[in-house]
Design a protein around this ligand. Structure first.
Ligand code: PEP
Length: 252
């Protein structure tokens, strides 16, 4: 059985003191009740990673970052390296989020370099893929996502591929309140698994965790996460409040 992941992407929200309050609440409400079939991950801004690492020490809630630079160190003003993240107890790192692709020119090539750097350092990349509304309406959505997956996994061997987490996040569903239907999300997660099976083999594709993200909330999370190829959720807005706890509790 594949592990289920519920990952909170806080984006550019919460000061350190606000983050401290929320992490403390997650810890109090969740850390005693999680089992090995479910992995909860929180991805606060860089500025709260150190605090979150101390608070979450000795709990089964893990820490993720929202981005990383692909170089190990050097003259990259304003950037953060994987060793800096590792040093703060980070175990997961989101890559290729559609906001970064759209606003910060994160290309497929850059996504691949970041995935390689993350895996080289034994962290887990959470690779985001997904089509725009226009691409869906033109019937190009599978082609777009296939290319994103193939490019992200370029030069990644099958063992490393198994430790990647993929998040199917249709751009039109992110932060819009308009989630994909369970059928749409399942169709795409199944398709992504097929694409991975074509790059490697079926056994590898069966081991990769594929999540859905895009306006997940307490009303739709249970149905979405019960689909056979959907192994959890990447959650933005609802991860900034106690609703995140309620969503996790539907899975334990
Ligand atoms: C996200 O940013 O990854 C996301 C899924 O956001 P939201 O849940 O707010 O749609």
């Amino acid at each position: 059985m594949r592990k289920k992941y519920i990952i909170g992407n806080w984006k550019m929200n919460k000061t350190n003191s606000e983050a401290k309050e929320l992490i403390a609440l997650f810890k109090e409400e969740l850390s005693g009740s999680l089992n090995e079939n479910i992995q909860v991950v929180v991805c606060p801004p860089y500025t709260s990673l150190d605090m979150a690492n101390s608070l979450l020490d000795n709990t089964n809630i893990k820490l993720g970052a929202q981005n990383v630079h692909y170089a190990p160190n050097g003259a990259y003003t304003g950037e953060i390296s994987i060793s800096m993240l590792k040093d703060l107890g980070v175990e997961f790192c989101i890559v290729g989020h559609s906001e970064r692709r759209a606003m910060f020119v994160e290309t497929d090539k850059l996504v691949n370099l970041k995935v390689q750097e993350i895996l080289k350092n034994k962290l887990k990349p959470v690779i985001c893929v997904g089509e725009t509304l226009e691409e869906r309406e033109y019937g190009k959505y599978k082609e777009v996502v296939k290319t994103q997956i193939e490019q992200a996994l370029k030069n990644i061997d099958s063992l490393c591929a198994q430790s990647c987490v993929i998040a199917y996040e249709p751009v039109w569903a992110i932060g819009t309140g308009k989630n994909a239907t369970v059928e749409q999300a399942q169709e795409m997660c199944e398709f992504i698994r097929y694409v991975i099976s074509q790059i490697y083999e079926i056994q590898v594709s069966q081991k990769v965790s594929i999540l859905y993200g895009g306006s997940v909330n307490i009303n739709n999370s249970k149905d979405i996460m019960s689909a056979p190829d959907i192994d959890g959720a990447l959650i933005g807005g609802a991860s900034l409040k106690s609703e995140f706890i309620d969503i996790v509790k539907t899975q334990i």
